[in-house]
Write a protein that binds this ligand. Structure first.
Ligand code: IFM
Length: 482
């Protein structure tokens, strides 16, 4: 689409639909700190991060960004950045210190103040109920392998709906359940550090059940709210024909193991049997509950996965998307990577949006999409002039926003985009080493410095269109950017 600007020269306008939501995302354990304040109980991430050797440098979320004590300052920051929405998660163990039973009023009060502060600044709250920090009390009782945890989650959802629901329109039950099951219970590289295929498979089913039960409770408590969840989705591509069959399996285990039950009420047949919950765990009615119609699917997109034939060297690495074998991950040399070593391919986001759109079943008619996370880690630093010139992140943003704009033109029902993340924060097993924020945090002083990417994002959020100078070829890649 072309238009003419006030100087009379032609320019390309790439506007987003009116009301498109520009937000930023965070999670409780990654930013709040105040780990023992005001009656908060321990979560599995407190236990895990305090276990020697589990998190790089022995970092913990004890202080993190101290958001619990600095939320007013950070709310002002969000306002100054022109954000229309703030996605945050609730620390379950602030609300119910052991995950069930009595409510800790101080925890409710914190989130009440947060929601009020957002509303005063005309920033919409977008709530995630579970972003990985299961109360340790529930883990001690069997964690997600225990069906009862799903029921406890539904109770907690109802508590939050009653406490703050009247002021919150957007709710996500779970964030990236695939990561919880896989990294937390199968590979043990995330809390609670379990390495057991059967427990991971039970976790998969009970997380989905928790989502279904909580969705029903939220729906009846908050009939006008918009309900969804955030799934981590990666397009999986075969770099050679030998890897094609393995790519189907990897797609099933990476994406469809959660997406198919939610959208279609069934587990993907292509996943290997040990990844799937046994029939004995699936009770009558479970799959209907799990596929309860939603208002939106949140997509957390970071990178594609490429697979190729293992030329002679057979991998035994269980962390790979294929679990090792004669097909291995492949890093196409033409694609740059982030500071996490993740491939940068904005077209993958476009493709994933098209795939999810094409799979929305009749049962989910009217279901919309959000990008609930997208962003990159970079080697950011404050330069001698006090500036954080994060050109790699601007480049990443440019490519991915171009991709979502194209997707919308091509019919994808996308209503918003949340940058991951507002602040540099506790990046799980990587501790504070990996910086994903559009705001730099000095973890020694807690000083915040707005990065250049945040300035660009602010312009986009306030104009609702992409910068004109971004139009043209090569959107979004700095070759070799780390
Ligand atoms: O920091 C995480 C977030 O908690 C979940 N999605 C991916 C992000 C980057 O690794």
């Amino acid at each position: 689409m072309s238009a003419t600007d006030t100087s009379g020269s032609a320019k390309t306008v790439r506007a987003f639909p009116e009301g498109f939501v520009w937000g930023a995302a965070t999670a409780a354990y990654q930013i709040e700190g105040a780990a023992t304040a005001d009656g908060r109980g321990p979560s599995v991430w407190d236990t895990f991060s305090h276990t020697p050797g589990k998190v790089r440098g022995g970092d913990t979320g004890d202080i993190a960004c101290d958001f619990y004590n600095r939320s007013e300052e950070d709310l002002d920051l969000m306002k100054s950045l022109g954000l229309a929405a703030f996605r945050f998660s609730i620390s379950w163990s602030r609300i119910q210190p052991t995950g069930s039973g009595a409510i800790n009023q101080a925890g409710i009060d914190f989130y009440r103040r947060l929601v009020d502060g957002l509303r005063e600044r005309e920033i919409a709250p977008a709530i995630t109920l579970f972003h990985w920090d299961l109360p340790q009390g529930l883990e001690d009782a069997g964690g997600w392998a225990n069906r009862d945890t799903a029921e406890r989650f539904a109770d907690y959802a109802q508590i939050m709906a009653e406490a703050i629901g009247s002021d919150c329109d957007d709710w996500m039950t779970l964030n990236e359940p695939q990561v919880v099951a896989n990294q937390g219970y199968r590979l043990g590289i995330h809390a609670p550090g379990v390495t057991d295929d059967a427990i991971a498979a039970a976790t998969t089913h009970h997380l989905l059940l928790a989502h279904g039960l909580a969705t029903q409770r939220l729906r009846s408590a908050l009939p006008a709210a918009k309900l969804g969840l955030a799934l981590n989705l990666n397009v999986v591509k075969a770099a050679d024909s030998f890897a094609e069959a393995a790519a189907v399996v990897a797609d099933a285990e990476q994406n469809r193991i959660f997406m198919d039950p939610i959208l279609h009420g069934s587990y993907p047949a292509a996943a290997r049997p040990h990844m799937l919950p046994p029939e004995s765990l699936i009770e009558d009615g479970d799959m209907d509950l799990i596929s309860t119609p939603l208002d939106f699917i949140g997509i957390n997109y970071y990178a594609p996965f490429y697979l190729k034939r293992a030329d002679g060297v057979v991998s035994t690495d269980r962390r790979t998307p294929t679990g090792g074998g004669d097909v291995v991950p492949f890093m196409p040399p033409h694609l740059p990577t982030t500071a996490m070593g993740w491939l940068i391919e904005p077209q993958g986001l476009y493709e994933m949006l098209k795939i999810v759109t094409s799979e929305l079943p009749d049962k989910q008619s009217g279901c919309r999409l959000y990008i609930t996370e997208n962003g990159c880690a970079a080697e950011d630093y404050v330069d001698p002039n006090g500036v954080v010139n994060d050109v790699e992140r601007i480049s990443y943003l440019k490519g991915h926003l171009d991709a979502i704009w194209r997707a919308i033109q091509d019919g994808v029902p996308l209503d918003g985009y949340f940058q991951w993340s507002l602040l540099d924060n506790f990046e799980w097993a990587y501790g504070y080493q990996k910086r994903f924020g559009v705001v730099f945090v000095d973890f020694g002083t807690q000083k915040r410095t707005i990065k250049q990417s945040a300035r660009v994002y602010q312009q986009i959020a306030t104009t609702n269109e992409l910068p004109h100078e971004w139009a043209g070829e090569g959107a979004g890649l700095i070759a070799g950017a780390v």
